[in-house]
Every structure is written in structure tokens, then in C-alpha cells.
Design a protein around this ligand. Structure first.
Ligand code: GLC
Ligand code: MG
Length: 526
């Protein structure tokens, strides 16, 4: 057996960085980020030390849901550039050893997709069955009680043919019918289009909503519902979410990914209970390589709670399944705002030292916070549909601030969302500051690359108390321990080790055996 046989796939030891393309870097002054902008900033990403870049949708779209409403799965929206720009970005990324992951949105198209235009024409249309059409319910209203993820009924009446179409998200996002083999083939074809072009994988969107009960039965009410959960959660998605047929589709996607000489990576987005999202690993790991693990994304930041989540997840993982961790994304509150900026450095240590592939959301490495959006600048349709409940996602999608110049180095025009341009939030300032969040992320990512125990070692909890969560990562005899202080008080580190990295700032002269307020540190155990 050659030595190589033991080396792990790149996506196990590597890390993923999510680019929200509208807000990363604008190259043409329209105030919206684009592909050429991403290419200009590849050195930043390579220098940060990430391995793969997942880019949220860049396909042609009327942008009702900012790209998650697609009119052509095999092209690029002019706002973001051209297919040539994409090829250029891909080549430039590969030249830097960076993988590129696209976002694949299987559940719905745009209302303006030619498929839907044809489907809605008549009940006899050849593509009628590509979407989910039903006669009105007995009272003339929607066929069932399902509620759209963004508020309001999940059904819209199309007067031309007198039927309702299903849309799990916006009215502008009609749900595709994955029970129709033609739909499957068309969508698999789109995946192959990008794989053949050289992309390294996909993050697959909202899979829990992809397939629906054949009888379209009413969902039962959710007794635990509160308005801040959003209208859709007022029911339990028993008949609209996590249907077993989703896994059949995922398995087919995996077969396609496996048909390439270097297997393509599939990361799945499915919110749900632990059992629900772990199921997407598939029997014998025939599903997603990495079903996103969102346990940390809304978790209360306490030692016992976080330790409990980590242990539960580790224990529940299917055999040989590779773990992964996420702190935030373009849909959820910024981690620094959710748990407080004082805890954000420790959270970075947790994300990058737990066992499994981490995904970093752009701006987390700068400690970006939710940016308040004045009412007249609200863009997100969710906030427009359900105002004032804090559901809007604009605050977490604001552009990155690169420097202290005009437009924060993001744009020469007017940015599509306000920018938090405090000098200390800029890449320029944080680059030059060894105590910055950016420097901490770089150091953590470098340490992961250097230390096999962190990249691939086993996990074990060392100690959990009210204030402290300590765990060990072990590769053969090499043992690395991580200590996280969840309290504002100083804590003595409960083991003997040599300090490898600390969140303490240099000026405070770190005492290797003591964790400062909300501090975290990494040691090699003696
Ligand atoms: C996913 C995306 C979200 C989008 C939705 C509909 O949850 O992350 O941004 O609005 O799917 O496609
Ligand atoms: Mg632009």
C-alpha cells in the first residue's frame, strides 16, 4: 500500500470560505460585487489560508431572492460577468490551489425561467408537470395549508389556467417537480455543465424542501411556535420537508460527482433536527460528503451547551462520516452580533479546532457585525414580507470593507447595501495589526495546516464546567488541547502544555496558564 492511500481527501483537511458575491468586491462601479472582483481578491483568500471558495449563486436571475431565483442554470448573470469571466476566475483560483464550489439551487427556478413560462401556458403544456400545479381547494383557496418560508401561502393562483402553483419560498420561486424524471435529467445536466467546466463541487441549496408529499396533505400546527421563528414555522413541515425521496435525488447527485476522475464535493444545506440532517450522509455514505452541521449557528454560547452539542454530534455521526462546522452564513445573524464581539475570538478557535471541515462566512474573519439597515434601504424580500421580526438578512449581507478609502475599497460607486466602514473593520487595518481578528484567523488556519492532530485527529472532551470547555485532538501520540473560557473572569488552564496559540492580544503579555476574559488557547500536551 502506498503512503498516499492513507492521505485524506482535500475537503476533509481543508476549510471552506463562503463568498456572497454581491458583497465581496465590485470591479465595475455598479455597487454590486462581481466575478472579476472575486478574482482580484484571490490572493487575499489564498493568504488567509482557506482551501475552497463557495460562491453563492451567480446565474442569470431577476434577483427577487438575490440569485436564488434562477432563469438559466448554465450561464452567468451580466451583473456578475460572463462565462469567460467565470473561466478566468476558476483558472486563477486553481493556479493558487484554491477549489471553487458553486451554489446549486435545485428546489425552484425563477418565475421567469423559460421552463416555467412554458409550464404555465396551459394545462396541456409539455412542461406542465415540471412544476407542481393543483386545482383550488374546496373553498376556492389554496390546495393546502402550507406556508411559504418567506411568509404568506406557499401557493399562488395563476388565473390563466385556474390552478395554483407551489412555491416553498417566494411567489417568484416556483417549486420544481423532482418526481418528474425530465426535471431530474435537466438538473443533473446543469450540474455536469459546471463539473465539466472544472468546478470542484457544489453547495446544494435547501434540499429539505425539494420533494413533497404526493397527496399534499396539510401540515400539522407547531405548538411551540413564536412569531420570531417566522410564519412558516407555525406548522411542522411533516408533509413538505425532509421527504425520504430527497435522499434518492441526493444519491444520484453523488453518483454524478463520483463519475469524475477527481471526485467532486457535495455539501448539502438542510435545516432540521440532528437526525434529519445527518440522514443526508446517506446509507453507506452514499449522500452528501458534508451535510451542513448548523448546530452552532443559533446555539447559546455557554460552555455546557456548546460542549453538549459537540458531544451529541460526535456521538451521532454515522460511521466514517466526516464532520463539519459552521458559525454563520448569508441567512443567519453574524456570530459577533449573536454571541457578542467579546466572544467572537473564542468562537473562531472553536470553529477552526473542532474535528471536521469548517466553513467560514465572508467577513467572519474580520469580526463583522450585523449592520443596521435603514427602512428605505431594505432589500431582502423576507424583511419586506414580514417586517419588524428581525427575519431580514440584509444586515449580514453588507459589503466587506477592504480599506479606509471611498467605498471602502469595495466599490467606486454606491454600494447596494450600507457598509460598516469603521477603520478597525477594514482588511487594510487588520492586515497590519497582529492582534486583529484577521491575524487570528490566519494563525488558526496556518496552525490547522501545520498540525495533523487539528486537521484530522480524533476528538475527546477533557473538561466541562460553568466557565470552561476543554477538549483534545489527538493524532497517534501527538495531543493538542484547546481551552475555551466562556466567562468574563480569568480562568486557570486545567492541564500542562506548551502554548501554540492564544486569543490574548500581544500587549497583555499572555500568561500561558491563564485564560483571560472570554479567551481561548491551544496547547501541545506534554
Ligand atoms: C437557502 C438559501 C437562502 C435562499 C433560500 C431559497 O436557504 O441559503 O438564501 O433564500 O435557500 O433558495
Ligand atoms: Mg459590479
Amino acid at each position: 500500500m502506498s503512503g498516499k492511500a492513507h492521505s485524506l481527501e482535500w475537503w476533509k483537511t481543508g476549510s471552506v470560505y463562503q463568498v456572497y458575491p454581491r458583497s465581496f468586491q465590485d470591479s465595475d462601479g455598479d455597487g454590486i460585487g462581481d466575478l472579476a472582483g472575486i478574482e482580484q481578491r484571490l490572493d487575499y483568500l489564498a493568504g488567509l489560508g482557506v482551501d475552497a471558495v463557495w460562491i453563492s449563486p451567480i446565474y442569470p436571475s431577476p434577483m427577487a431572492d438575490f440569485g436564488y431565483d434562477i432563469t438559466d442554470y448554465c450561464d452567468v448573470d451580466p451583473m456578475f460577468g460572463t462565462l469567460e469571466d467565470f473561466d478566468s476566475l476558476l483558472a486563477a483560483a486553481h493556479a493558487r490551489d484554491l477549489k471553487i464550489l458553486m451554489d446549486f439551487v435545485p428546489g425552484h427556478t425563477s418565475l421567469e425561467h423559460p421552463w416555467f413560462a412554458e409550464s404555465r401556458k396551459s394545462r396541456k403544456s409539455a412542461r406542465r408537470d415540471w412544476y407542481i400545479w393543483r386545482d383550488p381547494g374546496p373553498d376556492g383557496g389554496p390546495p393546502n395549508n402550507w406556508i411559504s418560508e418567506f411568509g404568506g401561502p406557499a401557493w399562488t393562483l395563476d388565473p390563466a389556467t385556474g390552478q395554483y402553483y407551489l412555491h416553498i419560498f417566494l411567489t417568484e420561486q416556483p417549486s420544481l417537480n423532482w418526481r418528474n424524471p425530465e426535471v431530474c435529467e435537466a438538473m443533473y445536466g446543469a450540474m455536469r455543465f459546471w463539473f465539466d467546466r472544472g468546478v470542484d463541487g457544489f453547495r446544494v441549496d435547501a434540499v429539505e424542501h425539494m420533494v413533497h408529499d404526493t397527496q399534499l396533505r396539510d401540515n400539522p400546527p407547531n405548538p411551540d411556535w413564536v412569531p420570531s421563528m417566522g410564519p412558516a414555522r407555525s406548522h411542522i413541515g411533516r408533509y413538505s420537508q425532509h421527504q425520504p425521496e430527497v435522499l434518492e435525488v441526493v444519491r444520484e447527485m453523488r453518483r454524478i460527482a463520483q463519475s469524475y476522475p477527481e471526485e467532486k464535493l457535495l455539501i448539502g444545506e438542510a435545516y432540521g433536527t440532528l437526525d434529519q440532517f445527518l440522514a443526508y450522509y446517506g446509507a453507506e455514505l452514499s449522500g452528501f460528503h458534508l451535510p451542513f452541521n448548523f448546530l452552532l449557528i443559533g446555539a447559546t454560547w455557554s460552555a455546557r451547551n456548546i460542549a453538549g452539542l459537540v458531544e451529541t454530534y460526535e456521538a451521532a455521526l454515522p460511521e466514517r462520516a466526516w464532520p463539519n462546522w459552521v458559525l454563520g452564513n448569508h441567512d443567519r445573524a453574524r456570530i459577533a452580533s449573536r454571541i457578542g464581539p467579546e466572544n467572537a475570538r473564542a468562537a473562531a478557535v472553536v470553529l477552526l479546532t473542532l474535528r471536521g471541515t469548517p466553513t467560514i462566512y465572508q467577513g467572519e474573519e474580520l469580526g463583522m457585525e450585523n449592520v443596521p439597515i435603514p427602512p428605505d434601504r431594505v432589500m431582502d424580500p423576507w424583511e419586506k414580507n414580514v417586517p419588524g421580526e428581525g427575519l431580514g438578512r440584509d444586515p449580514v449581507r453588507t459589503p466587506l470593507a477592504w480599506d479606509t478609502g471611498a467605498g471602502a475599497g469595495f466599490t467606486s460607486g454606491t454600494p447596494w447595501l450600507p457598509i460598516d466602514d469603521r477603520p478597525e473593520m477594514t482588511v487594510e487595518r487588520q492586515n497590519a495589526d497582529p492582534d486583529s481578528m484577521l491575524s487570528l484567523y490566519r494563525a488558526l488556519l496556518a496552525l490547522r495546516r501545520r498540525e495533523p492532530a487539528l486537521a484530522k485527529g480524533s476528538y475527546a472532551t477533557l473538561q466541562v464546567s460553568e466557565a470552561l470547555f476543554c477538549y483534545e485532538r489527538r493524532d497517534n501520540s501527538d495531543r493538542i488541547a484547546v481551552a475555551i473560557n466562556f466567562s468574563a473572569e480569568r480562568q486557570t488552564v486545567p492541564f500542562e502544555g506548551d502554548l501554540l496559540l492564544s486569543t490574548e492580544t500581544t500587549g497583555s503579555g499572555p500568561d500561558p496558564d491563564v485564560l483571560g476574559s472570554h479567551g481561548a488557547a491551544i496547547y501541545r500536551l506534554r
